[in-house]
Design a protein around this ligand. Structure first.
Ligand code: NAD
Ligand code: TYD
Length: 338
């Protein structure tokens, strides 16, 4: 019997990579993709799977409780893989409301529907940002305290706790994953790596927040998705699993490497006003995930970054389309006054 997955947010960056991977390599799964298609959702990301008999798309908003209850009641998925979120820290600072609504209430609606309809597995995809900023040499394991700094990370921490409460209280088989910063093809050019690549390719200034010495742990998106597939099979209900990358680097170094790959001068880097509440350093330990699933990240950062730059160079039309309209307004709002 095929396993029926309801994937939320499957038209976004990581969700679409997950669906492409599952349809390509894991034939036991059928996928129903539920996505609202916000500015971050793009069905072009799923062109490779759109004709597969194992893939379907339904447009809808996870914050509409009645709709979510009906959909899950009708479709009766075996498992839910929940990616849908407002995922960008800067937008959560400019406008926290949709972030709280989707990330907290939307997660509640899915949990409640999963509970009422007896869904057998609920994978809640979260982030290492819930641990907040860590001083050297600390690294967060899954028991580390939650100290989120931004409305985005606070909303994710809230949704993590809500998800885990559905296991403790209702025995819904929920588990939570917390991944580090993802990068790779199809990432919306508001996050550091795609924004810097796109600007560099057009000889535009590369805005570095503050001193640019903030450290992030970089995880190639397919490595993340392979960890999720492994956890879908082997993760234990009620548990949290960190999923970290292959290299931690300060932002300036990441941007320097992008400039070196694209052959552009370092003078394109400009220091701009820092992000309020900016976390200095993220660092996690992923031994638990590795030990319980046998997963390990396998894409080295230099290789992943080269591949990502090449993808953006070869997909100028995709970039032009996602940067038209709403993106211009956001860019102006976030960067003009810095
Ligand atoms: P994204 O912004 O690229 O995509 C989010 C998707 O969710 C979009 O397709 C959007 O249309 C959809 N969506 C938003 N609100 C919705 C709603 N109310 N109803 C239905 N669909 C809605 O995000 P991403 O970078 O792919 O992140 C996916 C998940 O992974 C998020 O939960 C995020 O918190 C988590 N995560 C991201 C990173 C990262 O580096 N990007 C790292 C760790 C964890
Ligand atoms: P981002 O990709 O927004 O991820 P997060 O804040 O969720 O880790 O940012 C990564 C790092 O890059 C973070 O320290 C903020 C910094 N940054 C810049 O310096 N300039 C930018 O224009 C952006 C988008 C991010």
């Amino acid at each position: 019997m095929p396993v029926k997955l309801l994937v939320t947010g499957g038209a976004g960056f990581i969700g679409s990579a997950f669906i492409r991977l599952v349809i390509r390599e894991f034939r036991q799964y059928q996928v129903l993709n539920l996505d609202k298609l916000t500015y971050a959702g793009n069905l072009e990301n799923l062109a490779a799977v759109q004709d597969s008999p194992r893939y379907r798309f339904v447009r809808g908003d996870i914050t509409e409780l009645d709709f979510v209850l009906d959909l899950i009641g009708q479709e009766k998925p075996d498992a839910i893989v929940h990616f849908a979120a407002e995922s960008h820290v800067d937008r959560s600072i400019l406008s926290p409301e949709p972030v709280v609504r989707t990330n907290v209430f939307g997660t509640y609606a899915l949990l409640e529907a999963a509970r009422r309809h007896g869904v057998g597995r609920f994978l809640h995809v979260s982030t290492d940002e819930v641990y907040g900023s860590l001083e050297e040499p600390f690294e967060a394991d899954e028991n580390y305290p939650l100290r989120p700094s931004s409305p985005y990370s606070a909303s994710k921490a809230g949704s993590d706790l809500l998800a885990l409460s559905y296991f403790t209280t209702f025995k819904l088989p929920v588990f939570v994953t917390r991944a580090s910063n993802n990068y790779g093809p199809y990432q919306f050019p508001e996050k550091l790596i795609p924004l810097m690549i796109c600007n560099a390719l057009e000889d535009k200034p590369l805005p570095i927040y503050g001193d640019g010495m903030q450290v992030r742990d970089w995880l190639f998106v397919d490595d993340h998705c392979r960890a999720l597939v492994a956890l879908l099979e082997k993760g234990r209900p009620g548990e949290i699993y960190n999923v970290g990358g292959s290299l931690a680097l300060p932002n300036r170094e990441v941007v320097r490497r992008i400039l070196a790959i694209t052959g552009k001068p370092e003078t394109l880097m400009v220091s701009v006003k820092d992000r309020p509440g900016h976390d200095r350093r993220y660092a996690i330990r992923s031994e638990k995930t590795m030990q319980e699933t046998g997963w390990a990240p396998c894409v080295d950062f230099s290789e992943g970054l080269r591949l990502t730059v090449r993808w953006y160079q070869e997909h100028g039309d995709w970039v032009r389309r996602v940067r038209s309209g709403e993106y211009q307004r956001y860019y102006e709002l976030n960067y003009a006054g810095r």
